[in-house]
Design a protein around this ligand. Sequence first.
Ligand code: 3H9
Length: 702
Amino acid sequence: MSDVVKFEKRGHIGVIGVDNPPVNALGQAVRQGLIETLAKALADTDVQAIVLIGKGRTFVAGADISEFGKPPKEPGFAEVLDALDASTKPVVAALHGTALGGGLELALGCNYRVAVKEAKCGLPEVKLGILPGAGGTQRLPRLIGVPKALEMIVSGDPINATQARAVGLLDEIVEGDLLEGALTFAARVAEQRPLPRVRDLTANVDKTKVDPAVFTKAAKDAAARARGGQAPLRCVEAVKAAVELPFDAGLKRERELFEEAMKSTESAALRHVFFAERTAAKIPDIAADTPTLLIRKVAILGAGTMGGGIAMVFANAGIQVVLVDREQALVDKGLGIIAKNYAATVSKGKLAQPEMDARVGRISGEIDWNNLGDVDLVIEAVFEEMGLKKEIFGKLDRICKKDAILATNTSTLDVNEIAQSTSRPEQVIGLHFFSPANVMRLLEIVRGKATSKTVLATCLKLSKTIGKVGVVVGVCNGFVGNRMLHTYFREAQLLIQDGALPAQVDGVITRFGFAMGPCATSDLAGLDVGWRIRKGLPKPPPGVRDSGAVGDKLAEMGRFGQKTGAGFYKYEPGSRTPVPDPVVEEVIEGVSKELGIERRAISDDEIFERCLYSMINEGAKILDEGIALRASDIDTVWINGYGFPPHRGGPMFYADTVGLPRIYAKLQEFAAKYGKVWEPSALLARLAKDNQTFASLDGKKA
Ligand code: 3H9
């Protein structure tokens, strides 16, 4: 008998329990075990009905993703579903945790489905660049109707048990113990015949009743959202087959689309992203059982946009927050903005009023630092000025309890230097949130020279608690994300000086899949920020090009970006849509002339290569210096913090798909034309010479 699928009898009900921690993924052994235990239950004359349940924290959370891309192992998923279809006794799926992907498809192959109210159901395959490949695209529309099935399959977002019951996905919500509830349900339906099978339902997929426009619209919306990704479109195609073809032919079409998707680079990229995010939480010298500190109360220093956003992140996770600033008026302003942000979410129907009240209730204001003695973590989010930060950390050191973690949200400054202003550098760490902090998933966890393992392990665990993807990075100017952003934005600006225009540069980048190009992003962030910083800096030395020249000129004209209705583009009042502006063209031409640059036609390829390859080269340097632990960590940073298109896998994965020898050759060409900043990183040069990939460093094949 299988180790991962167990069979027991409870009276006249046979219970099949999947026990494959951590998430009961449907690997080969589980598939085999399901077929065997089902046969056993059917052969046992005492058994009148069967309950299929998951042990541990969840029902089956899907196929085993680590088996993807490898030779298939028998029995396949289809055989499990065939066995369920052929069952002569009712099978009741009992769901808890997350019934996702192949897990939900398994439940759809059962005759009935019951769940606890905390359960979630979904078909997230699209997020892995594939589509449900075990009948989900054929059964779900038959059960809940085409529009709702399309929505679930194309978005990949799960629904909760109450919603699932309302649309007919569940037959019952169980109060109390799931197994007991499922046994009672099974006993009730044990005698009922014929056995209901989702595959036999026809009303919801009746060709004469389903409006074909739903597919056209779904495909159009999916294409707009996917920004070049094909998986959502394949999902639409597969659901369409449920309406156009009989069940078995529909399954065959689903299979073809599934296999096509599975072979795509898009799917390889998205699977890489899935595992990269989880690998980021594993730090070689931090054992899984490293002790951690309890974080119950957090102080945020600075009640501005960033501080307020961070406060919301903790309050959302049920943690007490104290928002601190110099004056009561600033604290009140910060608290007011937070309340307004929550209220906006409530008015959109995305948050219930009592939950909003609970969250707001967790955030208090403070101006007296002496009252911070009991906080477990302080996050400083004030101006980027070393002197000020050192003064603050010295003060915190005197006030905060001994084991409190002192964190800085700096995006550029030296965390080691900040730590030296305290008597406890081992308690100091960088927690770099991304704006808007309550929306962006990335958290760069900056490990200082002295940061203790306990503090690091606590922050990693905390990142998960607050719903962030934590990536541990080392200390350097800009850490991983901003350091690479700097080279990418530099090239975008130099391309403009050389002859391109903002719309051309942004167009190349958005067609690759970014939501915004560098010029539109600068308009969103505000051109005044960089301009003010650069005013205090010396001009670049001879031979180094001034990438800020156009931005500074625009800022001098009061064109600060979206907030002033003009920057690299102009914006109609109340609109965020960038409109090319002839005035900007004149400014750019003027700057090129001033700098003695003869403008030329720039090809889209050159734009793409200079923007992307400069970023990749910097990533390779970061990896070589040990600032990032793995290439996949860099990908995780860029996907979660900078809008890199997930279906491209992140800059380093993308580089592997292009081929490092090719990128290396381009870097050399650019170095010859544009100078030292383009010198290839030693690591990239070595990998290119050996015809290797960044993934090979992480111990995987690309
Ligand atoms: C599919 O089903 C295809 C079918 O249509 C048809 C095929 C023919 N496989 O996320 P966590 C690992 S596609 C293998 O930290 P949480 C994960 O790597 C699949 N491994 O926990 C991690 O390992 P480690 C459709 C998996 O509580 C550990 O489990 N299903 C899988 O935060 C814990 O994971 C999905 O896309 C898997 N399917 O979240 C669901 N799932 O500890 C994918 C997890 O070594 N999974 N692992 O790092 C999830 O969304 C989340 O894991 C889940 C739990 C919500 C379930």
